[in-house]
Structures are given as C-alpha cells and as structure tokens.
Write a protein that binds this ligand. Sequence first.
Ligand code: FCB
Length: 453
Amino acid sequence: MSDSFRFPEGFLWGAATSAYQIEGSPLADGAGASIWHRFSHTPGLTLNGDTGDSACDHYRRYESDVALMAEIGLSSYRFSIAWGRVMPTGRGPANAKGIDFYSRLVDTLLAHGISPNVTLYHWDLPAALDDQGGWLNRDIAGWFADYATLMFNALGDRVPMWSTINEPWVVSDGGYLYGVLAPGHRNLFEAPIASHNLLRSHGAAVQAFRASNAATRSSIGIVVNLEPKYAASNSPEDLAATARADAYMNRQYLDPVFLGRYPEEMKEIFGEAWPEWPQDDMTLIAQPIDFLGVNYYKRSISRHDPETLPMRVSGVHQPDSVHTDLQWEVYAPALTDVLLWIKARYGDLPLYVTENGAAFPDPPTSVEGQVKDPLRVEYLRAHLHAISDAMQQGVDLRGYFVWSLLDNFEWSHGFSPRFGIVHVDYETQDRTIKSSGRYYAEVARSNGSILAE
Ligand code: FCB
C-alpha cells in the first residue's frame, strides 16, 4: 500500500454471518424446517453430529451481538434471512413473528449506526420446497421472487443493500454434485440444473426488486465465491485444465449474469449432462445489477488430471505456504488479481468483498479474558493490503466484510473450525473479542490508515 493511498470516506468496514450458522432456535416462533436442519439431523453427515439447533443463540442474543458490533466499530453488517422463518413452507402464508425478528435486528443495527446488508439466500432452503424438487424445480424462480418481494416490502425502507444468492457454485457443487452439503445429492445431471435455477431465481428477484419500492433507495447484487485458477505449467493440457476449472467455478456464474451466456467449457466438462438453455432464461439471468459481492478465501494451482471426473483437474498443494485449519492455502495476492480480473472482463462496477477470513485453531480464552490469534491478524492485514492494491489500480471497491463476526457452525465441519473475530464459548455462549477483532476495530476506526504504518 503506497503512502498516499487512502480508503475513501464511507468505505464499509463490515463483518458477515449467515442465518443457519449463528441463529439457533431453527424452529422457533412458527419457522419451517430448512434443508440444513434435515441434513444436520441426519446421522453421519456433519462432523460430531453438530447441528444448528443452538449455534451462537443469536436469535435470542441479537441485541447484545449488535452491541458487540458497535464496540468493534463496524459500519455495516452482512447477515442472511432464513426463508423458512418468514415463509414456513417457502411459499404462501408469511410468518409475522419471523419477519418481526429481522425487522427488530435491522432497527437495532440502525440504532447503532450500522448499515444492514441483507442476503436473501444463504443455503437454508425451506424443506417443504425441497420436497417439491427445490433448486431442480423451474418454478423456484417464482417462489424465490415472491419471498424476495415479501422481504423488500417488509424491510426495503431500512435496508440499503440486498444480495440475492450467496455462492451459487457452492450450492450446486456441494449440494447437488458431491453431496457434502444440503440437500446432499450426488448427481452429475442435477448440478447444472441447480446452477441454472439459482441464476434464474437471482434474475427473477432482481426484477421483483426493480418493481418494488425498495428500488428507489437501495441497491441489489449477487454474491459469488471466486477462486483464481493459475496453471501449474504452460503445457497445453494444464492450460486447458485451468480454463475448465475457472469456467466451472468462476465464469459459470459471472458470464451468464454479465454477458448473458455460459462459458464454452461447460459442455466439455458436463458432456451429455449439460442442457441447452432457452434464450429467455439467459435474458432473465442477465438483469442489470448494482454491485457484485465477492467472497475470497483461496486460489488454486491447477493441473490436468484425467482421473478427477468430471473436471479432469486437480489442485497442486503448495508445501511452502501457510494453510488454515481447513487446509486452505493463504495467498493474499490472488485477491488483488481476482478484483482486477473482474474489472477487465466484466467492466467497471461497484464491488464489495462480502467474505474473507480464516479458520485457525485459536488458543483457549486466557485468564485475562483474551484470545490471541496472531495468524488471523496477519491474514487480515495481508488481505486488506491486497484490496488496497486493487483499489490503487482502479478497482471500484466499496467495502470489505470479514468472515466471520462470530465463531459459528461451519456446515458439515460443524463447530470445530473457528472463523470468528469474536470467540464464542458454545457452553456458556460467552463472547470474547479476539486480537483480530481488536485489530479490525483499529482498521475501521482509522478508515484503514493504520495499514500504512
Ligand atoms: C463460505 C460461506 C460461509 C462460510 C465460509 C467459510 O463459502 O459462504 O457460509 O462457510 O465459506
């Protein structure tokens, strides 16, 4: 970061969470079960049989959690709405108590000067919709738009930033191709259909947004997780493998949204499982959006590997790098690269880093009530430098959200990986701001200028 660089006034210093990962009380006040409730309650599918039944008990502790955000000095908070809390069967009658929870959360944030950033779908599909095919049913675009409209009407007067879907790639890859995430299917033919219906649902919700009053004062976008792919060598096989990996994970979602078409490599990857889609669908998906949210965790070095189907690509381990608890390589420069790549390929649009963070095995809370997590502090510092490098090269980045505010339920890994800048003791539900949280507070307070020191 050069000495002259300054983060713009109004840059958002945020933190992110998602509903099922922190709320607990998944069936309270008339909420309908989600696919994650079912998945985590199926023996053997999550580490140690962990479930989101209690999680961080945020559903009942949201007020003190917002006070904690204010203590850290966050200017924005990204959270998701559990569709089944506000529409228990996913369609039809709304549940006033569920809506009221999110309404109170929004009011509490605003009272503390924290700007709400709402994600409509962060993986917890109402189970009743899964019974009707879930993301495989084309009708879901209409169901999602109806649910989105309900929320635009309920909160649109107070929420300036909306995202439709969080990480469609993970939903399709983990949920429908490899079965490691809810709803746990393993089916090559379903994965492209799920992806396509996620994108159609995104487009339908953007249309619904434009037709609602929320559009006059708020903005809407989508959140994707991007993993820059670098070729292990310049051999034609490795270069082609890298292009497939990039198409599958990154361009499969961004090309339809911004260019109205899928990457050519999709057919090569999925073969007969790749359908031809009607042009009308592509038009629906390519609705203009106001911003793009980027979740960045790691890069990948790709090589040709005929054994790994269907992609025929594998990642090359980097023995000299630091790896997190989930064995994700720490490599901050790829965050700069990916932000520059978006600008070059899709044009100049407002971007947010909507998630970035690391799971490290934190030491227990010390007697002085401190959790020292130097690896996470260093991770944040390096990635904040990476975003400032991208901004100095002209990327229109408007905010950064650390994943995560709290240690939480990390999906099939359960509670063992800890991503929080705030430690959660799951026995007592005590929260302790970690060293990384204190560091991030300084970053926010100085609007990033401590990075130059
Ligand atoms: C992202 C998810 C988020 C969390 C982090 C670690 O893919 O959006 O819920 O699991 O990874």
